[in-house]
Design a protein around this ligand. Structure first.
Ligand SMILES: *[C@@H]1O[C@H](CO)[C@@H](O)[C@H](O)[C@H]1NC(C)=O
Ligand SMILES: *[C@@H]1O[C@H](CO)[C@@H](O)[C@H](O)[C@H]1NC(C)=O
Ligand SMILES: *[C@@H]1O[C@H](CO)[C@@H](O)[C@H](O)[C@H]1NC(C)=O
Ligand SMILES: *[C@@H]1O[C@H](CO)[C@@H](O)[C@H](O)[C@H]1NC(C)=O
Ligand SMILES: *[C@@H]1O[C@H](CO)[C@@H](O)[C@H](O)[C@H]1NC(C)=O
Ligand SMILES: *[C@@H]1O[C@H](CO)[C@@H](O)[C@H](O)[C@H]1NC(C)=O
Ligand SMILES: *[C@@H]1O[C@H](CO)[C@@H](O)[C@H](O)[C@H]1NC(C)=O
Ligand SMILES: *[C@@H]1O[C@H](CO)[C@@H](O)[C@H](O)[C@H]1NC(C)=O
Ligand SMILES: *[C@@H]1O[C@H](CO)[C@@H](O)[C@H](O)[C@H]1NC(C)=O
Length: 617
């Protein structure tokens, strides 16, 4: 025994020194092997013929693996690391520690993979569109993957039965829409969304003489898949729904408040407590309401008018409503390329300036989203806008939307990340939410915090031209502030669904249906929606810290470069980076220029429709 221990120690210190590169690359190989759909979505096609597993063994195994990587990281001589290497070491450590700490909650959220926002139960289109169909092999892999569907769905049902047995189920609001979604998905095999790849023009040319066999096999797979989806529906209605937790929030579960605290930590990547976030939310809602009321009085609204009245008036005012989608598109282009872009060099250093396009969505659904292009510029970043109902894109609201998604928001921020010399785990995050706090964090607070900070920066840049555009800005900010109050209200303070909906209606532009959807989302993903505002507050906080510390030596463009140059970071590493930058500036240092690096950032199209649907509004 002792001998073994000594041998281990000797091995550890003498032979088992590790490099960040080696641990990083082993970690990433493992990471992709357990997240196969995600792997496909970022262009690593090794697992295209398989689906992820949803077994309890996998839940247990994740902790064992993560402990192993953490142990290996202790063998890295971190004091020898500098620059990108040191940052990526810190980020990997934080990712792994989050998973390790989340293990305590393995018998809560991870047992409830079925909800109306993710995976199969949201819909099939995004899943299909993330698969490649360029070769016969792609088609065959795809068919095999669909053949795995029934196994995966049954695993999800089995996990859910465990949740029922231990009393850690979701609220009904998370699953009540799922039976309807399943009814929409279950169609005759040749009409299912899963069949659509075979309807592509070039499918029969790619498949040649095997076309008929592949088609037959796919139809059989879809038939089996449909049958299992209907089983899931039966399971939900007969077994799961009657046992859903009574309270909307986690506070209604034993240990729920501690669990919520862990959710807040993984989504905000700070140590803020639920009460601090709630109080901050109330403060922000008050502050922003005052600003809104000032602008309202400027444009002639009575001071007693409800905010909802003002929102309704503005969004139906013919002054702001476009009559056709070409005008909507032209307006976005004008804002981004004529109003914002010329001012960028004044606020940013080493601008990546990768190509950007605004496009209409090919199909209806989400309101908008940003998709990164490639580091060499051959594929542009794309800001997709929903042009199906021009009246939903009033001109006054397009300004903050453009700042958030395009410049200086996501396009600019992700372009810095694309050019940085960082490992893939800092480039590609799997956006899967149901299992938090026991999952890999995706540092939403950085990405969405920067988006919201960009809406604020638009003021300093002088982008907003009138009271209406400022009202558009404030109403977007208000929406994110309200989330701090409502999310914590639900999970920490036992708010009912009705109270949460009413609060949203009091302060935001949402319709009752929209507010109900939002509230059900917060119930389903505790803490996730708080990342946006908390991230923005953090960006402003580190900026203030730097400008206070440096006084007249503070340069905003250099500061922006310091916080963007390493790509997506947890807040603790962001603070570290800023502290280092302050020290360097004091010492008279000059920041370097980012170098090479080709991999492309992408989200898991299957699990994450949602950045899109909700994040951007
Ligand atoms: C760790 O790296 C530092 C800086 O390069 C070096 O001085 C130190 O000797 C290294 N420690 C070990 C145990 O290798
Ligand atoms: C087949 O067509 C699709 C578009 O429908 C396209 O994305 C794909 O690249 C084409 N593949 C080949 C091999 O031509
Ligand atoms: C689901 O659980 C049942 C009962 O324990 C078991 O027989 C079945 O193999 C499980 N299904 C899967 C796909 O793991
Ligand atoms: C859950 O929602 C469904 C669909 O709205 C409803 O039929 C069912 O009664 C609800 N169950 C509970 C426990 O609230
Ligand atoms: C699907 O197949 C059925 C039965 O073979 C046929 O009646 C129907 O027209 C087909 N639908 C489409 C969209 O091809
Ligand atoms: C919330 O509900 C739980 C259990 O239902 C209860 O123990 C707790 O006191 C309630 N908290 C508040 C603030 O109402
Ligand atoms: C809102 O719009 C309606 C119709 O356009 C108008 O009658 C009403 O006065 C407006 N309300 C306010 C407070 O401006
Ligand atoms: C849309 O058309 C109406 C009626 O023709 C017109 O009054 C309005 O100014 C137009 N809106 C815009 C934004 O062009
Ligand atoms: C919504 O506003 C009304 C009117 O001001 C107020 O009575 C109510 O308490 C508010 N609701 C919530 C949940 O704050």
């Amino acid at each position: 025994m002792w001998l073994k221990y000594l041998i281990f120690l000797a091995g550890a210190s003498l032979f088992r020194t590790e490099t960040v590169d080696k641990v990083s690359s082993d970690y990433w190989s493992w990471r992709l092997s357990i997240s196969r759909e995600f792997s496909t979505s970022i262009g690593t096609y090794k697992y295209n013929d398989r689906l992820d597993s949803y077994t309890y063994e996998k839940i247990e195994d994740m902790k064992v693996e993560v402990d192993g990587f953490l142990k290996r990281l202790t063998l890295v001589n971190s004091s020898s690391l500098v620059g990108e290497k040191l940052i990526s070491f810190k980020v990997l450590k934080e990712i792994l520690e989050n998973v390790r700490d989340g293990y305590e909650w393995k018998d809560y959220q991870p047992l409830n993979p079925i909800n109306f926002l993710e995976l199969w139960f949201y819909g099939l289109d995004m899943f299909v569109s993330a698969q490649p169909f360029d070769t016969e092999g792609d088609f065959v892999n795809y068919v095999r993957r669909i053949e795995e569907g029934p196994r995966q769905i049954e695993e999800m049902i089995n996990l859910s039965r465990r949740a029922i047995a231990n009393g850690h189920t979701s609220h009904n609001a998370s699953v009540s829409r799922v039976p309807g979604n399943i009814d929409d998905m279950v169609k005759p095999p040749n009409e299912s969304a899963l069949y659509s790849p075979l309807k592509k023009d070039n499918a029969s040319a790619i498949l040649g003489k095997n076309a008929a066999a592949v088609e037959k096999r796919l139809q059989d797979a879809i038939t089996a898949f449909n049958a299992k989806l209907l089983k899931a529906k039966e399971f939900l209605i007969n077994e799961y729904m009657p046992k859903t937790r009574p309270g909307l929030g986690l506070s209604s579960l034993p240990g729920g408040r501690e669990n919520y605290q862990a959710c807040l930590k993984i989504h905000t990547s700070t140590e803020m407590t639920a009460q601090e976030i709630h109080d901050k939310g109330l403060e922000e809602v008050n502050r922003i309401e005052k600003l809104i009321r000032q602008k309202m009085s400027n444009i002639g609204f009575p001071s007693t008018a409800k905010l909802s009245e003002m929102y309704a008036n503005l969004s139906s005012d013919p002054k702001f409503v476009f009559n056709n989608s070409a005008d909507v598109l032209a307006n976005f282009n004008k804002i981004i390329f004529e109003r914002i872009k010329p001012l960028m060099p004044k606020y940013f250093r080493h601008l990546p300036d990768l190509p950007l396009e605004v496009r209409g969505y090919p199909t209806d659904g989400a309101g908008g989203e940003y998709k990164a292009g490639s580091a060499d510029g051959s594929k542009p970043g794309i800001f997709y806008v929903n042009l199906f109902r021009p009246e939903d894109n009033p001109s006054y609201a397009a300004v903050s939307f453009s700042l958030h998604e395009a410049l200086p928001g996501h396009h600019n921020q992700e372009s810095y990340g694309l050019l940085a010399d960082i490992p893939p785990y800092m480039r590609s995050y799997e956006w899967l939410s149901f299992n938090a706090p026991y999952f890999f964090p995706f540092f939403n607070a950085y990405i969405e915090g920067w988006g919201l900070y960009s809406e604020f920066l638009g003021e300093e840049m002088g982008i907003y031209q009138n009271d209406y555009e400022m009202l558009g800005r404030y109403s977007d900010e208000m929406f994110r502030a309200v989330r701090l109050v409502v999310d914590t209200g639900i999970h920490e303070y036992n708010w009912t669904r009705e109270r949460a909906i009413e609060y949203m209606l009091n302060y935001t532009y949402m319709s009752r249906d929209g507010a109900a959807n939002e509230v059900d989302r917060y119930a389903t993903w505790p803490g996730q929606a708080t990342g946006y505002k908390i991230g923005e507050i953090k960006f402003k906080e580190v900026r203030k810290k730097a400008s206070d510390a440096l006084g007249s030596k503070f340069n905003l463009a250099d500061f922006h470069y310091a916080v963007l140059r390493y790509g997506t970071l947890p807040m603790s590493v962001l603070e570290y980076v800023v502290d280092q930058w302050i020290a360097d500036q004091r010492a008279g240092g000059v920041p370097g220029v980012p170098t090479g690096g080709a991999p492309v950032l992408a989200f898991n199209a299957f699990s994450l429709i949602l950045v899109t649907v909700y994040a951007l509004i």
